[in-house]
Design a protein around this ligand. Sequence first.
Ligand SMILES: CC(C)=CCC/C(C)=C/CC/C(C)=C/C=C/C(C)=C/C=C/C=C(C)/C=C/C=C(C)/C=C/C=C(C)/C=C/CC(C)(C)O
Ligand code: SAM
Length: 371
Amino acid sequence: MWLPDRLLTLRNRVLSSPGFQRWAVAFPLTRWIARRRSRQLFDIVAGFVYSQVLFACVQLRLFDILADGVQSTDHLAGRLNLPPEGARRLLRAAVSLRLAEARGRDRFALSELGAAIIGNPGIVAMIEHHAMAYADLRDPVALLRGEVEQRELMKFWTYTGSEPPAAAAGSAVEGYTELMADSQRLIASEVLDAYSLKEHRCLLDVAGGDGTFLVAAAKRWPHLRVILFDLPAVAERARARFEREGLADRATAIGGDVLRDPLPQGADILSLVRVLHDHDDRTAQSFLAASCSALPEGGRLLVAEPMSGTRGVEPVGDAYFGFYLLAMGKGRPRTPAEIEQMLRDTCFDRVRQLPTRQPLLTQVMVARRVG
Ligand SMILES: CC(C)=CCC/C(C)=C/CC/C(C)=C/C=C/C(C)=C/C=C/C=C(C)/C=C/C=C(C)/C=C/C=C(C)/C=C/CC(C)(C)O
Ligand SMILES: C[S@@+](CC[C@H](N)C(=O)[O-])C[C@H]1O[C@@H](n2cnc3c(N)ncnc32)[C@H](O)[C@@H]1O
């Protein structure tokens, strides 16, 4: 065996010995490491319970209620429609997770995390949506073996099925389109801060949902023309959105299937926001080939989505989206290097990754269409 591998095996043998673990907790110089590791492990073990505490807070609208000011348990119990003991149990759990703040005996206030949740309706929508993900992740091994056929997330993301997605009715796309619009608000500013559209004339957002990203782009760059392409029922919603926003003179929405219909021409930059990771490699490659045919030589492609292996937020791409997409039945998070290879294999060069302010929310890559 290679020396570093032998050392690793040796380290793990020592660390897994109960005798060493007892010693490390007792010895003052290693105690803090042992405590940190136990806490890390416990948080993973208990993660589901923590999430359910948060779910209860959201269902009961605790954060909105606490936004009215510091309140006693009895008062909160009435507003939450819980018996006082239930309210106290929830509030103490919320305080321990920093979702609420204790203000003296039996009085509670909004915490920093609670305030962040209030400021981002997209987070609340995701927490509520997670009920489906939990149902699907009940048996993760069966999912990994491909043995679970009926899944909530497959029903929700109607375009992942075997039917041609362009036939979807408005009611079939409403749920996911609203969820995407709510969470897109957080992402749009990240992408627009990472890449300036000042030098571009026209942005085509492929699979752009209800247009939330393009509305943000058009508002930030008043010279910019924007075109959205998505399934007909989704594009219909985007068209109505552009009209409501007073953008109909420079924003167009076109319905179709990227895999069957030609994309509109005329844009000098094309964006794929939270699109490639939804698809297996062959389909993702077809999305890229379609993007090539819509861009002129020198046009730019912007890819924005959570990516695998992002430093500091590794579990977001690899654990969360890895398993979410597994349950959804299609796609996978890819590393920037894998995406770069796919771009080079299609028609793009000068591939760059751009830093984002909140890597947890999205990564951004830009590339140039070669001749
Ligand atoms: C001045 C004072 C008082 C303090 C100073 C300290 C300070 C600077 C505090 C910071 C306060 C602050 C501004 C906090 C901000 C917090 C924010 C912005 C938090 C954001 C959190 C975002 C979260 C938790 C996002 C979660 C997103 C999820 C779960 C997304 C899921 C997406 C899915 C499932 C997408 C599916 C699409 C598909 C199918 C994969 O294509
Ligand atoms: C995860 S959502 C992302 C929406 C938006 N870009 C955002 O980030 O909020 C994926 C989008 O791809 C669209 N889509 C899926 N398959 C498609 C296809 N074959 N042709 C056109 N759009 C498609 C869906 O309708 C949906 O709006």
